[in-house]
Design a protein around this ligand. Structure first.
Ligand code: MD6
Ligand code: FE
Length: 217
């Protein structure tokens, strides 16, 4: 018997996958929020456009970034930090939309972190070829709060290592609507994103957008 060409191929990946103690991948968790998320994102980008920042070492990042919320993550020749002001406009970052806040809080609960109230949302834009090398997120004041990371658009390979840079990372495919909640014992684990493969996403086009919510201050 030949397989029906139009038969759906079952997606066997679990909806909820524990990546490490404190880190969980919630597949499709952001889907219900999509209709609010994307218009709100457009408004933020109109006020605070994506820009490719420079690392303290003088390298321009391949990922373009912007922020919303009372604190925004920035990098320049003087270092990495959170700043309430967008250095490009001289104005505060756009406010965090209620739908962003709500998604982050609900995902945190699903990841067993109650009362997550992010003050920062870093918005990363990857075009094909853009990547993020292995790093730790350690510019926040308080490592007790988790990080909630939302993937939109083209799929990416997320590399998730351990407490030491040399720990061999495992690879996870993150698709449109997937959410990673991450804190507790793995809060400072090394992680990165492999160079984005080319493609065209039905609603987001030729890019991946990642929202990372943090309690920065
Ligand atoms: C990204 N994410 O997925 C980059 N950091 O585009 C991160 O660097 C990240 O997803 C901390 C926790 C979750 C993350
Ligand atoms: Fe990170």
């Amino acid at each position: 018997m030949t397989a029906d060409l139009f038969e759906a191929i079952p997606d066997v990946r679990p909806l909820r996958e524990v990546m490490a103690d404190g880190a969980v991948l919630l597949r499709g968790f952001a889907q219900d929020f999509e209709n609010e998320l994307i218009p709100a994102l457009r408004e933020i980008i109109a006020q605070a456009p994506f820009r490719r920042m420079f690392t303290p070492g003088g390298h321009q990042m391949s990922v373009a970034m912007t922020n919303c919320g009372s604190a925004g993550w920035v990098t320049d020749h003087s270092g990495y930090r959170y700043d309430s002001i967008d250095p490009d406009s001289g104005k505060p970052w756009p406010a965090m939309p209620p739908a962003f806040r709500e998604l982050a809080a609900q995902a945190a609960v699903a990841g067993s972190f109650a009362n997550f109230a992010p003050d920062a949302c870093l918005i990363n834009r990857y075009v094909p070829g853009a990547r993020m090398s292995l790093h730790q997120d350690r510019d926040e004041q308080d490592f007790a709060a988790p990080i909630v990371s939302v993937s939109l658009g083209l799929p990416a390979v997320f590399m998730f290592g351990g407490p030491k840079r040399a720990d061999k990372p495992r690879r996870y495919r993150l698709e449109h609507g997937d959410v990673v909640v991450w804190g507790g014992p793995s809060r400072l684990f090394f992680h990165g994103v492999a160079p984005l493969a080319d493609g065209e996403h039905v609603s987001m086009g030729r890019q991946r957008i990642n929202l990372t919510f943090r309690k920065a201050q």
